[in-house]
Design a protein around this ligand. Structure first.
Ligand code: ZN
Length: 312
């Protein structure tokens, strides 16, 4: 019946992103997540980290550790206790935000393991100081990796997938023997990913979503925050459709005439708590920067938080 049809296609409805939740976690314990895979949760839950940082330990007796986590003595102790009597061969860093890389220093000192990663925290001129607050300026990889590199150990091997967008130095690590990917903050099951300009780049993010969508052999994702994603492709496609929908909404707003981000957000997020409007504004800015770049949107001056935007 036509009267019952939703006004928008359901695939554009964020409610149709197949989010997964994790009602309870045990902090500090090494919990088996899959054969040969353990996770130690850091007790740093927040609106950005969900239940906290999940540090993964891959293998037995000679292991690799993915995202050692925040500079938190309790968490570092829990990770080192989990691998007591084992040889740590590699530290795999997805990116240089403070809930991911800082503990690598203490874990490397204790174990002698080299840290792999794309590179140090990017230098950006943030106008709000927030990017700096989130960044780990001290991290520098012992071994810099690029897209396609392999990291091999006894019984495990990882393919490095450069997945910029959330931040330019983001690497996802595909554990080949398990056909699963440690997706860091690039793709998470519990939430959409924050893409904060200037270190975040929406055009890169969309390209990195396509990169994951075009990998049919990936069977499961283990994000750094939240539970495993066992239907990864349905999630990637829904996340991608969600971002395209935002762009359509922005173009719809601008069809009515030039607008500021504040005006767009007030209309686009009318049914969302005003407490979330600031984060929404940053996301809209990320889209607008990309859309100005490819010519779909025009701007009076530079594409900033306070600029006036119009149809390109
Ligand atoms: Zn991050």
């Amino acid at each position: 019946m036509l009267a019952d049809m939703p006004s928008r296609p359901s695939r554009f409805d964020p409610a149709h992103i197949p989010f997964v939740t994790e009602p309870e976690v045990e902090y500090g314990a090494a919990v088996e997540m899959a054969p040969g895979l353990r996770r130690v949760m850091a007790n740093n839950p927040s609106p950005l980290t969900y239940r906290g940082t999940g540090t993964y330990i891959v293998g037995h007796s000679r292991v690799a550790i993915v995202d050692p986590g925040p500079d938190d003595a309790g968490h570092i102790h829990a990770v080192l206790s989990a691998v007591e009597g084992e040889q740590v061969e590699a530290l795999l860093i997805t990116h240089t935000h403070r809930d991911h890389s800082p503990a690598s220093q203490a874990v490397a000192e204790a174990t002698g393991a080299p840290a792999y990663g794309f590179g140090p925290h990017p230098a950006v001129d943030a106008d709000d100081g927030e990017a700096e607050e989130r960044g780990d300026a001290r991290f520098s990889p012992d071994a810099a990796v690029v897209h396609g590199d392999m990291i091999e150990g006894p019984g495990w091997s990882f393919e490095c997938l450069h997945t910029p967008g959330h931040i330019s130095n983001h690497i996802s690590y595909r554990w080949r023997e398990a056909s699963g990917v440690f997706t860091g903050d690039h793709i998470m099951g519990w939430s959409t990913t924050v893409v904060p300009p200037p270190e975040g780049n929406m055009a890169d993010y969309l390209a990195s979503l396509r990169l994951m969508a075009d990998r049919p052999g990936d069977r499961v994702y283990w994000p750094t925050h939240g539970p495993p994603v066992t239907e990864p492709h349905a999630l990637v496609e829904a996340l991608y459709a969600h971002r395209l929908d935002r762009e359509i909404q922005i173009l719809e707003r601008l069809a009515a005439g030039p607008q500021t981000i504040a005006e767009m957000v007030a209309a686009m997020y009318a049914d969302v708590s005003p407490a979330l409007h600031e984060a929404a504004a940053r996301s809209v800015l990320a889209h607008l920067i990309a859309m100005v770049d490819d010519g779909r949107v025009g701007v009076d001056g530079e594409p900033t938080a306070g600029a006036l935007y119009f149809r390109g």
